[in-house]
Design a protein around this ligand. Sequence first.
Ligand code: ACO
Length: 324
Amino acid sequence: MRRSVITGTGSHLPEKVMTNDDLAKIVDTSDEWIRTRTGIRRRHVAAEGETTSDLATRAAERALSAAGRTPADIDTVLVATTTPDYTFPATACVVQDKLGVPAGAMAFDLQAVCSGFIYGLSVADSLIRAGQAERVLLIGAETLTRLLDWTDRSTCVLFGDGAGAVVLEAAEGTGAVSDRGVLHTVARAEGRHRELLFTDGGPSTTGTVGKLRMQGREVFRHAVNRIAEAMREVMDAAGVAAEDIDLFVPHQANVRILEATAKKLGIAPEKVMLTIEEQGNTSAASIPLALDAAVRRGRARQGDLLLLEAMGGGFTWGASLLRL
Ligand code: ACO
């Protein structure tokens, strides 16, 4: 059975850091409120002129180097993002050019907001298992701060910029849960809730990019239930229990959501990978950023069973179970 194995991870964060105290100078908020409600202390913000493709390219270079691969080895570049450089062409085409991935590779963007990396894993794994791709560069990259209304304290304190990448390669497995690679992924959506989390603009409505709008309390309520459902679904499909999971690598939206979800599923707190404190919510970039941090800090090793999940605008949500 063909499997999609992660052979390298990489990430990149912009240099500029914005603390909660910095935010308290521009909106009526406090470090105490932000920390206790979200777990966030600081976030990285892209500099003027620094684009999503710049962050994506740096993360991809690190993932390629970790995998021992060169751009010429890649046949598919997939960028999950809500903040593309342009309406078109796809950011993936810009990254292909900046990296030097040869002509003829497939390159496209995927838009599923904060669930983009889980959706991307589902698509990349399907391409590999169908024999359409051998080596995929899957990147989650965002300059989400560009969508923020800096006068709206209920949203501008939550988000940050960054990029994470993985190299996924085809390998032969036995079909058992002991195989390395993506074991099971679910990606779901419910568009009727789209107005709870959206941008109030777009190319075919206002002709502008728009600003992020969110009814946080409502999103929170849906998030815990949907995420837990998706996690249970992938665990049941693969026949694994909470105690079999070596590391839980969730989308970093709010530390309270992550802790509530882990508790609901019976995953021990020390098995939860948290980067939200230093990075905020980086949307599609947050899972590969957390995964790369886990690998580089030795918290995730080859052979470990990882559970990933995300929920975002749309609503979209999903989960993935994989063995590193
Ligand atoms: N500083 C101080 N006070 C604030 C701030 C702030 N930054 N933001 C809101 N408040 C106030 C509100 O005005 C409100 O005051 P009031 O009671 O006088 O009206 C009070 O704090 C409580 O507001 P709530 O919105 O009810 O606060 P809550 O405890 O729900 O926390 C939060 C808000 C952090 C946004 C939370 O609801 C949340 O995390 N929601 C989920 C967000 C999420 O997960 N998004 C994921 C997907 S993101 C994506 O897909 C792009």
